[in-house]
Design a protein around this ligand. Structure first.
Ligand code: PLP
Length: 374
């Protein structure tokens, strides 16, 4: 039996999503940019999806642009904010996903000033430091980029509070919301944020499709040159079936969100209690309170010959988990997030992440495998 506890890396496609997508691989194959009936059919399906995605986020349809993934969305926002909005300074944190971290470092090499906020041992960013930086006299045009929830340790920021702070100081605010779209409620009328990003494969949609939200009135130049797709913002023939799938996955979440959130929190609390009981030497990384991601739990164990090969040993036991983020899990050594929160170097870390398909029995098996290693 395989136990899949790596849902922050990616989630299985919901069968209802696949069903909704299928006709767009076969019958409705038209290029949405064609003027004939085949094209009109797929065009209207895309625009219907955009409307639904916008409604779920309480945004307007003109503010949603489909992209190929979360990585593209974050690159687009950060890089185009510099070229199109005259951003001269970026304030970010060392625990961002690599697609933000590396984009900011690229921009830094190109002459953009960068301030990295301090984070504490829970991965919480120093908001007082942010306020001080924003309040500096003669501040240059600034973009703040802080992820809504950390994909490795589940720590979250208070999106509303940071958005209000940025607004107060006339700075742009981008948040990488890849781990919170279709996990946590986001109301873009209520939260005065300029940019967010999403990726369907994190919420039971297909891989290779994402979106950006760009607030009305903020104008970015296109990231890629090419055709006029996505109202000139994202050239390239639209990934029609995947857009349909992204929308369906969000709709399914929207219809079940209260129950799903409660269930995921129940699983997280269950695993925390079980680990405390069966593996008392284990520690939890990041914030584990109700304010943290419900579906992510990062655990560290004392180093020994078995935990040195923690992920491999879990894999042999049939448990699929990650060391850090999936993209970094093949690499040796602590992740940049673990380094930033100054996690002890004599411990080994594993991230378990749940989905609506996860059961308590699977968690029992995972904790039993951990117990055998310490
Ligand atoms: N941002 C965060 C917080 C993530 O967890 C991920 C995926 O691991 C990404 C961005 C990148 O998303 P994608 O896989 O769609 O490029």
């Amino acid at each position: 039996m395989k136990v899949y506890l790596d849902n922050a890396a990616t989630t299985p496609l919901d069968p209802q999503v696949l069903e909704e997508m299928m006709p767009y691989f076969t019958t409705h194959f038209g290029n949405p940019n064609s003027i004939h009936e085949y094209g009109r059919k797929t065009r209207s399906a895309i625009e219907k999806s955009r409307k639904i995605v916008a409604q779920i986020l309480n945004a307007s349809t003109a503010e949603i642009f489909f992209t190929s993934c979360g990585t593209e969305s974050n690159n687009m926002i950060l890089k185009q904010a510099v070229t199109s909005l005259g951003v001269k300074r970026i304030i970010s944190s060392p625990t961002e996903h690599h697609c933000v971290l590396h984009s900011v470092k690229t921009l830094e090499k190109q002459g953009v000033a960068v301030d990295w906020l301090e984070v504490n041992e829970f991965g919480e960013v120093n908001i007082a430091m942010l306020e001080n930086l924003l309040a500096q006299p003669n501040s240059p045009t600034t973009l703040v980029s802080l992820m809504h929830a950390n994909n490795e340790i589940g720590t979250m920021i208070d999106l509303d509070a940071v958005a209000l702070l940025c607004k107060k100081h006339h700075s742009y605010f981008h948040s990488d919301t890849v781990q919170t779209i279709a996990h946590k409620e986001i109301d873009l009328q209520k939260t005065p944020i300029d940019f967010i990003s999403g990726s369907a494969h994190k919420f039971h949609g297909p891989k290779g499709i994402g979106f950006v939200f760009i607030r009305n009135g903020v104008t970015l130049q296109p990231f890629m040159d090419g055709g006029a797709q996505e109202r000139n913002m994202r050239a390239g023939t639209e990934n029609v079936a995947s857009i349909i799938g992204l929308c369906k996955a969000m709709e399914i979440w929207q219809a079940n969100k209260e129950n799903q959130q409660l269930y995921l929190r129940e699983l997280k609390d269950y695993m925390i209690a079980l680990v405390k009981e069966k593996v008392p030497t284990a520690l939890f990384n990041g914030q584990i309170t109700a304010q943290s991601l419900d579906h992510v739990l990062s655990i560290s164990l004392p180093a020994n010959t078995k935990t040195d090969l923690l992920l491999f040993n879990l894999d042999i036991a049939g448990i699929c988990a990650s060391g850090a983020s999936a993209c970094a899990s093949g690499s040796l050594g602590a992740s940049h997030v673990m380094e930033a929160i100054k996690a002890p170097i004599d411990r080994r870390t594993v991230r378990f992440s749940f989905s609506k398909n996860t059961t308590k029995e699977e968690i029992d098996l995972a904790v039993d495998a951990l117990r055998k290693m310490v």
